[in-house]
Ligand binder design. Structure first.
Ligand code: NAD
Length: 459
């Protein structure tokens, strides 16, 4: 059993702290946000993450997990201090390290004995050294080691990801810190990669940059497929079975979002530029992603014959299913552009309506029921592939809608069912084969009778 403090109790910090408590450690989760700590103390989880609430409650009851606003006491009373604060993108694309600096300073001011300070936050190469310097500046006599330990969990499956990781990366050259960190993670029985701190920092950026690249790659292929009348899903299958390529992250869509991919790709690009390497691939990955949002708006504009005065229903606001996180969500970016162009937007998300209302304001109408949101729409845009949208009742939509366009931004619908209900279907890079009918050059299916062997695939 170790005594652990986690500074920053957001998506990563709270999951990390709760899972370490679940593994039998004594954990204090610290945050500077008073309302967050107050809610956590009464058992409320400040965000949506499947199965986290029960685990927090269980560990809080057994007093293995406590919550605090007092970073000084947390530092003094624990042996391992994790930094899990946000590292958002600055306006110039660099990572904003102000929270990391401020926590390092507070750790330094409180330090009264040997501690292991672990960076869980995603940070540019050299940040570990910066954290060590700041701590030493404020606590020249106390001994501490800074370890890099990037996190790879995915929101929506964060608890399962943390407890069953593909690998654990530990960045340290200090033998005792390595031993303690190995011991901490031993119950997870995952491969452990030990590097120096800088390499650990780079591994996290490289991992996110690679995943983002894979998404932008398949989106670009989808855009070309649309022009050539080729179905990208078959292309994805055709390349994905090649083990060197792999099947994951080959589903085209309206672009990636969330708090990590864009900020990390851009932070890595800027880090490279600072060192005189222009990183053109990373630049292009982000460009393709932004283009995907623009392209969706242009498709709506083209198919609706203009946008002003139209009503568009957006189904799904979170950046992906099973989370309420709307940070940099493509749906929110598209909605902003639609509102600017005079569109009336109806929105529905199973979980994220409230957060989106706070972020986007009252310019759009939020609906608790998806069919109420569809009422009167000229077009419906599926933006997030929540499971409940997979069984959308298209005949009911056809009766409720003013127009007839379904834009499937995640390629989850059966185009045949959409068309059978008398609606038009437009997917991403997806041109279903028609029986006795035609699809137009833009890939919009207008016929009701059509077959699509590819849809039947289990890929
Ligand atoms: P978050 O915004 O959800 O949480 C950060 C928390 O830190 C907030 O609760 C904030 O109040 C708190 N905080 C900020 N300054 C503080 C201070 N000085 N003292 C105490 N608390 C402070 O962020 P997140 O999504 O959990 O991300 C945290 C880090 O983990 C980032 O670097 C991110 O890139 C990385 N990461 C995120 C994910 C993810 O899926 N969200 C996955 C892997 C890595």
């Amino acid at each position: 059993m170790r005594r652990i403090a986690i500074v920053g109790s957001g998506y990563v910090g709270l999951v990390t702290g709760t899972c370490f408590a679940e593994l039998g450690n004594a954990v204090t989760c610290v945050d500077s946000d008073e309302s967050k700590i107050a809610r956590l103390r009464v058992g409320e989880i400040p965000f949506y993450e499947p199965s986290l609430a029960e685990m927090v409650a269980r560990n809080a009851r057994s007093e293995r997990l406590t919550f605090s606003l007092d970073i000084g006491s947390a530092v003094r009373e624990n042996e391992i201090i994790f930094i899990a604060v946000g590292t958002p993108m600055r306006a110039d694309g660099h990572a904003d390290l102000s929270s990391v600096r401020s926590v390092a300073r507070e750790i330094g001011l409180a330090l009264d004995g040997p501690k292991i300070v672990v960076s869980k936050s995603t940070v540019p190469v050299e940040t570990g050294e910066m954290v060590s310097l700041i701590i030493r500046e404020h606590a020249p006599a106390a001994y501490s080691v800074t370890v890099g330990n990037p996190e790879f969990l995915r929101e929506g499956s964060a608890v399962a990801d943390f407890l069953k990781p593909d690998r654990i990366v530990i960045g340290t050259e200090d033998a005792e810190s390595e031993r303690v960190m190995r011991d901490l993670y031993a119950p997870l029985d995952a491969p452990i990669i030990v590097t120096d701190v800088r390499t650990a920092e780079m591994i996290k950026y490289a991992a996110n940059a690679f995943l983002a690249t894979k998404i932008s790659f398949i989106n670009e292929i989808a855009n070309i497929c649309e022009l050539l009348g080729v179905d990208v899903r078959a292309v994805g299958r055709g390349i994905g079975y090649d083990h060197r390529i792999g099947t994951y992250f080959l589903s085209p869509g309206i672009g990636y979002g969330g708090s990590c991919f864009s900020k990390d790709v851009r932070a890595l690009e800027h880090l490279a530029i600072e060192h005189d390497y222009p990183a053109p691939l990373l630049h292009a990955v982000e460009q393709v992603n932004r283009h995907q949002v623009e392209r969706t708006v242009l498709k709506l504009e083209r198919e609706l014959d203009g946008l002003r005065g139209r009503i568009v229903t957006v189904l799904g606001l979170a950046f992906k299913p099973n989370t309420d996180d709307i940070r940099d969500a493509p749906a929110i970016n598209i909605i902003g552009r639609l509102l600017d162009r005079g569109v009336t937007v109806h929105a529905h998300d199973p979980i994220a309506n409230e957060l989106a209302r706070k972020a986007v304001g009252t310019e759009l109408a939020f609906f608790d029921d998806m069919y109420d949101a569809v009422q009167g729409a000229d077009a419906v845009l599926l933006a997030t592939e929540w499971n409940e949208f997979r069984t959308l009742d298209f005949p009911r939509c056809a009766l409720l809608m003013r127009g007839d366009l379904i834009v499937d931004g995640r390629n989850i619908f059966d185009a045949g069912k959409v068309c059978s209900a008398g609606l038009r279907y437009l997917g991403i890079g997806r041109v279903p084969r028609l029986r006795g009918g035609n699809f137009d050059a833009a890939g919009v299916v207008r016929a009701t009778a059509f077959e699509n062997e590819i849809t039947r695939s289990t890929f």
